[in-house]
Design a protein around this ligand. Structure first.
Ligand code: ADP
Length: 598
């Protein structure tokens, strides 16, 4: 889909926007150097004021005489086709002017028309000026093609690979005779064109027509230069063009525009528009990257990344433009980022929404199952309690019977007694859990209590169990201040830990109970040298009814509720309980309690 979007986008002509970004780059880059081979002369308001009219044949005569002395390479008079005969004067005056101009390498440059084959006569002045060279040096606005914004960005090098006036003049400096050989040249209809390497308005410092005609100039300024003469009276917008720097109707005089065109060609540094296939490839790559980011990265990060990518791409293309005069397409890739982002974000939202809905449903189901399980166990335990008590009672009666029992009978009854004792313990803890959950105890009956004394009580309680397996209960208790705790609950916690340590340890081993205080916290550690707990079991150890596989397969009986309750009670004390264990080496359960419980 990303590729589809990219290819589809690249089919759309976005020259207007593309040119906008091109102009931005032109504005942001440092001004390129000029060749120094061009000098402009303008018929400006100063000239108009001094002459009190526009220059006429005699003024042109004076100008030509002055220029002759300054030995320029060529003199170009820029006019529109309709103004070709604009120099006013009598026939005799114009004859004299023609003679004067002949010695100058003088051209009349038609700014707005291409020559037509077979109609070369159109490009000739009327007698007596018929021998003056007339050439086509068109400037071309983006009106019907390209950006269609009226800005002049292109120059026309040649027609059917025949150089026009600009290219002819430039070849005298750079020796490039074929228009298509210029950097950045491209074909458009019958012409070879290129983009103008613009400098901002005012880069070329013009001399006023009247100043030159009066000979008031440094004689070296025209030496071996191309002299461009044109109007800059701010009276007619046809004498001006809009440029990448400004869309103002009078942004740059045509004289300066032609200076820019000539310099672009003399220095052979027209900007190079990168080929269309590269644009497609970049757009495709950026689309894929965007979709990847949208679908995999967290939304906030994704947005940040895409903004950085856009800014990065802009900076990269600006750098290419500054260093290599390369015009990398910008609009298609940037638009691809936008479209892919807005297209795929809802898609991602739908996926996430569905996931969370599924998760919610699953969770609901699990809670229901959990509830059903607890209810069932509660009900069953409750119903088992009475028959169990009866069985236990009956075995007691049987054991106390004055008639001696056979050895086999005695063993059987003792077994029944033991098993029913285990069963009643299980039933007891299930009922206990039910009570705790239904009451939802979260009110603690806090009393100041010495934790070490509590440990002693627990040891005493478990002593019988330990002796049965010849397990030594070892203590290492650090004297400390009393803690505020709920004595009953904490006793249950510690008893469970010590009982477990005894239950899951082999005979003739040691169980160590250690208390210590570190940085405002009390730690109670119960360590054993028993079977240990595999890593896969540890994360579930504190959940309801969970028993490790080893325990389930052994003779050791249990409900899987002890550690669940232990964590529950310790958490009520704002504490925590953890376990570290190594299989076949032993386990250490650590209860961590805050010294000051509020
Ligand atoms: P149980 O009634 O089964 O002992 P607990 O919640 O107290 O229930 O313990 C849960 C499980 O944790 C036990 O079934 C056992 O697999 C494991 N366990 C607890 N303490 C130890 C220990 N000290 N050594 C090895 N395994 C232990």
């Amino acid at each position: 889909m990303a590729l589809g979007i990219a290819f589809f986008l690249c089919q759309i002509q976005l020259d207007y926007l593309e040119s906008y970004f091109y102009d931005l780059r032109v504005k942001l880059r440092p001004t390129p150097e000029t060749s120094g081979h061009i000098q402009t002369i303008v018929i400006d308001t100063h000239t108009q004021e001094a002459l009190r009219r526009m220059p006429e044949s005699l003024d042109y005569m004076k100008l030509a005489e002055e220029l002759k002395k300054a030995s320029p390479k060529a003199v170009i008079f820029i006019v529109e086709y309709d103004e070709m005969e604009s120099i006013i004067g009598s026939y005799e005056e114009l004859e004299l002017l023609a003679d004067s101009l002949k010695q100058l390498n003088f051209y009349v440059a038609i700014d707005d028309r291409l020559p037509t084959r077979g109609l070369e006569e159109e490009f000739r002045l009327l007698p007596p000026l018929q021998d003056i060279q007339v050439g086509s040096a068109p400037s071309t606005r983006d009106t019907n093609n390209f950006a269609r914004d009226g800005v002049t960005r292109r120059l026309i090098l040649g027609l059917h690979d025949e150089p026009l006036l600009h290219a002819k003049l430039a070849s005298q400096f750079n020796g490039i005779s074929q228009p298509s050989k210029y950097q950045g040249a491209f074909d458009f209809k019958r012409t070879e064109q290129a983009y103008i390497n613009y400098r901002p308005t005012g880069t070329y410092r013009p001399l006023s027509f009247v100043t030159v005609a009066n000979g008031e100039f440094d004689p070296h300024v025209f030496e071996d230069k191309i002299v461009l003469i044109g109007k800059d009276t701010k009276a007619n917008i046809n004498d001006y063009v809009q440029t990448p720097y400004s869309r103002d109707a009078l942004a740059m005089s045509k004289v300066e525009l032609h200076a820019n065109i000539l310099d672009t060609l003399i220095l052979d540094e027209a900007p190079i528009l990168t080929p269309h296939w590269l644009n497609v490839a970049i757009t495709a790559a950026i689309s894929i990257l965007t979709v990847f980011v949208v679908l995999t990265v967290r939304p906030a990060h994704g947005l940040y990344l895409l903004i950085v990518a856009m800014a990065g791409y802009f900076a990269f293309s600006l750098l290419l433009f500054i260093t290599g005069n390369l015009w990398l397409s910008m609009v298609h890739p940037l638009l691809a980022i936008f479209i892919c982002y807005y297209f795929f974000i809802p898609y991602r939202l739908i996926i996430e929404n569905r996931k969370s809905w599924e998760y919610f449903q699953k969770n609901k189901l699990l809670t229901q199952v959990e509830e059903l399980k607890s209810n069932f166990l509660q009900m069953m335990s409750h119903d088992l309690k009475t028959p169990l008590a009866r069985i236990q009672g009956m075995t007691e009666v049987a054991l106390r019977d004055p008639n001696p029992l056979s050895k086999g009978q005695l063993e059987a009854i003792q077994n029944i007694n033991k098993s029913s004792e285990e069963l009643s313990q299980f039933v007891g803890s299930v009922l206990n859990l039910g009570r705790i959950e239904s009451k939802d105890i979260n009110k603690l009956h806090l009393k100041s209590k010495d934790i070490n004394a509590l440990v002693h009580d627990v040891i005493q309680k478990c002593d019988y169990l330990a002796k049965q397996k010849n397990i030594e209960l070892e203590t290492d208790l650090e004297p400390m201040f009393s803690l505020k705790i709920d004595e009953d609950l904490m006793k249950q916690v510690l008893t469970n830990l010590v009982e477990n340590a005894i239950k899951y340890s082999p005979e003739n081993t040691k169980v160590q109970i250690k208390t210590e205080e570190i940085e405002g916290k009390v730690y109670i550690k119960v360590s054993d040298h028993g079977a240990g707990i595999p890593k896969s079991d540890i994360e579930n150890l504190f959940t309801k009814f969970y028993r490790a596989r080893q325990a389930r397969n052994s003779d050791v009986k249990g409900s899987g509720l002890g550690l669940y309750l232990a964590r529950y009670f310790v958490n009520l004390h704002s504490g925590d309980i953890n376990v570290e264990s190594e299989v076949n080496k032993g386990s250490t359960f650590t209860v961590e309690l805050p010294m000051n419980l509020h």
